[in-house]
Ligand binder design. Structure first.
Ligand SMILES: [Zn+2]
Ligand SMILES: [Zn+2]
Length: 98
């Protein structure tokens, strides 16, 4: 059973992985911030082939915009997707700077 204060990306409780950023129902722990930053840095070095579009059935409503600041794909430089939510590079930068 998932708790309200569990990380939206990995589902860890704050006792296991401290929350780095929270907004509304969305939470991201410090482990996932690190992983998401790696994803963005790797992508910056090697953008690779264009991401294939997921079938409509596999798209989540929460993937349309950053769960933490509300920027959508047209406003955020990059979005890193979790199971149900996404976080943008701007929010990851603000966490790292804090
Ligand atoms: Zn996490
Ligand atoms: Zn954001």
């Amino acid at each position: 059973m998932e708790r309200d204060d569990a990380c939206s990306f990995c589902g860890r409780n704050p006792e296991e992985a401290p929350t780095s950023l929270a907004a509304g129902a969305a939470r991201i722990c410090h482990v996932c911030v690190g992983l998401a930053r790696e994803v963005i840095e790797k992508h910056d070095l090697d953008p690779g082939p264009k991401q294939p579009q997921l079938p409509a059935g596999e798209r989540r409503p929460g993937w349309n915009a950053c769960a933490f600041c509300g920027r959508d794909r047209t406003q955020a430089r990059k979005l890193v997707a979790g199971p149900n939510v996404v976080i943008c590079d701007g929010c990851l930068d603000s966490v790292a700077a804090a």
